[in-house]
Design a protein around this ligand. Structure first.
Ligand code: FES
Length: 253
């Protein structure tokens, strides 16, 4: 008999308790093998194509560009739809099956449509000790059934020094208080910038990093580039310099 006081399972399980759907289903050998989509008949947005081709030039083996290319396609389509995967496959000259095998290994690829606002609330140890679990619950309650939100718990986002924190549409924000949750969700609903004063990129130390030419070059950005969210952005604006890295890549950091 099940224990009525037991906690509900946090991780979704499929057949036989597996976390991976269909892992034990036999391959259908009657199907034709997946083929590389024909680039001549597979329409790909020009920006996405250019980006993927650029990624491929950065590695000795083009397959190493799979993850950034899939991320780029996910940004364009909102999730890794069959069309998105096919477009990446056509440009990279790989089968969709190869790319899906890569993508299903990683947690940040979406395999079904999700809301336009992705909020990863870190619930790992440093954040948890500082109240992350209640913040996660509050975010979920405040977002409710609004389909625009994709609120998920996440394991250590690598910014423990601003615990408890969350990644909000790829912007790191913290330390968060319970009171911040309603403000944050409302700002996202209104299309406003989320909690600007608590964004990691706006901290003086981050702004200094992106204004430092050797450090910025090491990170593959022009000096002042990434600080488009922070004080350095206005400084760069004033001197007419670069205010942001490529729009396509900024979101990944
Ligand atoms: S534990 Fe939350 S960022 Fe590391």
């Amino acid at each position: 008999m099940s224990d009525p006081g037991a906690l509900a399972p946090l991780v979704r399980r499929y057949e036989h308790g597996s976390r991976v759907p269909g892992w034990d289903r036999a391959a259908d050998l009657s199907k034709n093998p997946a083929v590389v989509p024909d680039p001549a008949t597979t329409p790909v947005p020009d920006d996405l194509r250019a980006l993927i081709e650029d990624y491929m030039t950065r590695y000795p083996d083009r397959r190493s560009a799979s993850i950034p290319s899939l991320r780029a396609a996910q940004r364009v389509h909102g999730w890794l739809s069959p069309t998105a995967v096919e477009q990446v496959a056509a440009v990279m000259r790989l089968t969709p099956g190869y790319l899906i095998a890569v993508a299903t290994f990683y947690d940040m690829f979406e395999h079904r449509p999700v809301g336009e606002h992705t909020v990863f609330v870190c619930t790992n140890i440093s954040c948890s000790l500082r109240g992350a679990d209640r913040i996660y619950e509050a975010m979920q309650d405040l977002a409710g059934d609004d389909p625009r939100f994709n609120i998920r718990g996440f394991e250590c986002l690598g910014a423990c020094d601003i615990a408890p924190m969350a990644s909000v549409d790829s912007i790191y924000i913290g330390p968060l208080s319970l009171d911040d949750c309603s403000t944050l969700i409302q700002q996202l609903r209104d299309g406003a910038e989320p909690l600007p004063d608590k964004q990691l990129a706006r901290r003086p130390v981050a702004a200094r990093f992106w204004q430092d030419p050797p450090a910025a070059a090491l990170a593959g950005e022009p000096a002042g580039g990434h600080a488009a969210q922070g004080p350095a952005a206005s400084a760069a604006d004033e001197r007419g310099g670069p205010t942001g890295g490529e729009v396509d890549e900024k979101d990944d950091r």
